[in-house]
Design a protein around this ligand. Sequence first.
Ligand code: ADP
Ligand code: MG
Length: 347
Amino acid sequence: IRKQQLIPKAQYGGRHAVTMLPGGGIGPECMGYVREIFKYVGAPVDFEVVDIDPTMDNDDDVQYAITTIKRNGVGIKGNIETKSEAAYVTSRNVALRNELDMYAYVLNCKSYPGVVTRHKDIDVCIIRQNTEGEYAMLEHESVNGVIESMKVVTASNSLRVARFAFEYAKRNGRKKVTTVHKANIMKLSDGLFLETSRRLAKEYPDIEHNDMIIDNCCMQLVAKPHQFDVMLMTNLYGSIVSNVVCGLLGGAGLLSGRNYGDHYAVFEPGTRNTGTAIAGKNVANPVAMINASIDMLEHLGHHFHADLIRRAVNKTINVDRVMTSDVGGTASSTDVVNAIIGNIGRC
Ligand code: ADP
Ligand code: MG
């Protein structure tokens, strides 16, 4: 009873509807944990669940999911698989991001002191162009045995995501933005991306700007990650660098990522893995999806509930050290979720 008194009750009115796309692999079980925790804290959110059949050759499910996100404005998702072999059926995750014009992906990478890793106290923020570049999905066989794949970089999207990065840095008290590129080889495409960020940097004299070639960047990240603050890059480099940094911090099961456009926002585990091999075994780390749900609550303005859950997650990992095996623990997924729930309102 004492514990219950600490837990806020959802008020009538002011509830938010959010689209939930569980996706494949460990997505559905992780969403179950999120629901359990939201119910416990009384988070004023109602989920509209949309399941997408990965074997379908048409995109009716995806279109329906997009419609509900347009209506609700906000979504939370697992990784959606595309199992159709047909070349014309393109990635559903990419289609979703493109159709909702969510041009910026934000991955906050902050070390958990309770997770043993090679480097301590990393705190970098990766901002990735999320809708074009190498993910243009424009591939064709021009003549037999020759495949051409287009990488599309536009001035308008380069500017939007660069502005997003500098504004993010300014609002969050960050000191430096590093543009990551391969403009020495891809002189036109990456060159445009780099030049755009250089030009924009002049509008932000209080924020240091530098740039780094992607290959050196990967070496610097694993050797001296503390030199980085905010990192800005195109789509594919963003995917790879995100995985490098998540790896440095403890793997796929911890961090969450945020997709933003001017109108919609979708929250998901940071490395966007499906986790097919570990599904249904009660071993998946639930923290990445729980962190995605905290991001979502923050976005909706439910700071009180977000804070309650965040503090409970931090205590579970850093103090109680109840963790799944991917981050060196011995707990099951449900052990971790129960430990988090037990810490809510008590730390
Ligand atoms: P993809 O979806 O890109 O094919 P996988 O599903 O194979 O990626 O995931 C990559 C690796 O990360 C696998 O070893 C998987 O077990 C691990 N992984 C992904 N998510 C989690 C999680 N939540 N907890 C623990 N391990 C995870
Ligand atoms: Mg997989």
